[in-house]
Design a protein around this ligand. Structure first.
Ligand code: FE2
Length: 288
């Protein structure tokens, strides 16, 4: 693996706002923390939701997410530990293990289940919902399982490890690229005291989610289990993070679609009529 010296930024973005996730449960009773909720849909366009799950108590996850539909966006599941079996009505099946990612484009509709394949131990990971532009909401469903070893990784001169799930960071292209929303999805591990910088397009919305330790962005400390929304400062050409203790975090950024967002549960469209159509199609078996 190459050692990379990260870009020297002209100016870093700061933190606009810190958000603590909301404890909730979903599927058949999976306990999770909803980090990104509908309240910041527009602020973080094109991202619709981020759930963090993590427990060593099987009662918190064992029932999983039985068959349920999605339409109009993409789901990105990143497993830190545990095993999750995925099956959908198009005949796809996959097993996500630690470090693996599943990128699913629900498009015009998919019905799938996500069920833990373990009876004990730790289950930890994230699911991010990324919106699709109006012109692609009814695209053919698509999915890809990305094994951990297929995710490009680099180490910096300050010994920061970066996994590039999507987008490009310090010249390293990630496993997935998307034209319309230009998502960047990094999993960054910093030893205490280390700093890390990466470029971000000025107009793209961005946030971090710290899942271990703590980092400083400018003068603001973002502690474990907190999301920090990054400011869209006109002169800032990226972000610099400094770990105040050993830290692990997600850095997620994307180009806003600036289109209306109408959500009803697992359907995210542009108009109320399209939501009614989605419900009608689902009820009448047209999600095939
Ligand atoms: Fe799902």
């Amino acid at each position: 693996m190459n050692t990379i010296k990260p870009i020297a930024l002209h100016q870093s973005r700061g933190i606009d706002r810190i958000i603590e996730g909301v404890a909730t449960s979903d599927g058949a009773g999976v306990k999770l923390t909803r980090v990104l909720t509908g309240k910041v849909h527009h602020r973080l366009d094109p991202f619709l939701m981020l759930d963090a799950f993590g427990s060593d108590n099987p009662d918190d996850y064992i029932a999983g997410f039985p068959d349920h539909p999605h339409r109009g966006f993409e789901t990105i599941t990143y497993m830190l530990s545990g095993r999750m079996r995925h099956r959908d009505n198009a005949g796809h099946e996959g097993l996500l293990k630690h470090g693996d990612v599943q990128w699913m484009t629900a498009g015009r509709g998919i019905i799938h289940s996500e069920i833990p394949e373990q009876k004990d131990g730790v289950m930890e990971g994230f699911q991010l919902w990324l919106n699709l532009p109006a012109k692609r909401k009814m695209a053919e469903p698509w999915y890809r399982d990305i094994a951990s070893q297929e995710i490009p990784e680099y180490v910096t001169t300050e010994n920061v490890t970066v996994r590039v799930i999507a987008g490009t960071s310090n010249g390293v292209a990630g496993a997935v690229t998307r034209e319309d929303t230009e998502p960047m999805y990094l999993d960054i591990h910093l030893p205490a005291g280390a700093s890390f910088s990466t470029a971000l397009p000025v107009s793209n919305n961005a946030f971090i989610y710290v899942y271990r330790g703590a980092v400083r962005v400018g003068d603001t400390l973002v502690e474990s289990h907190r999301m920090g929304i990054l400011s869209n400062t006109m002169k800032a050409d990226g972000v610099t993070l400094t770990a105040t203790k050993d830290a692990r975090l997600l850095l997620i950024a994307g180009k806003p679609l600036n289109e209306p967002i109408v959500q009803y549960g697992p359907f995210v469209m542009n108009t109320q009529d399209e939501i009614h159509q989605a419900m009608d199609d689902f009820r009448n078996g047209r999600f095939i």
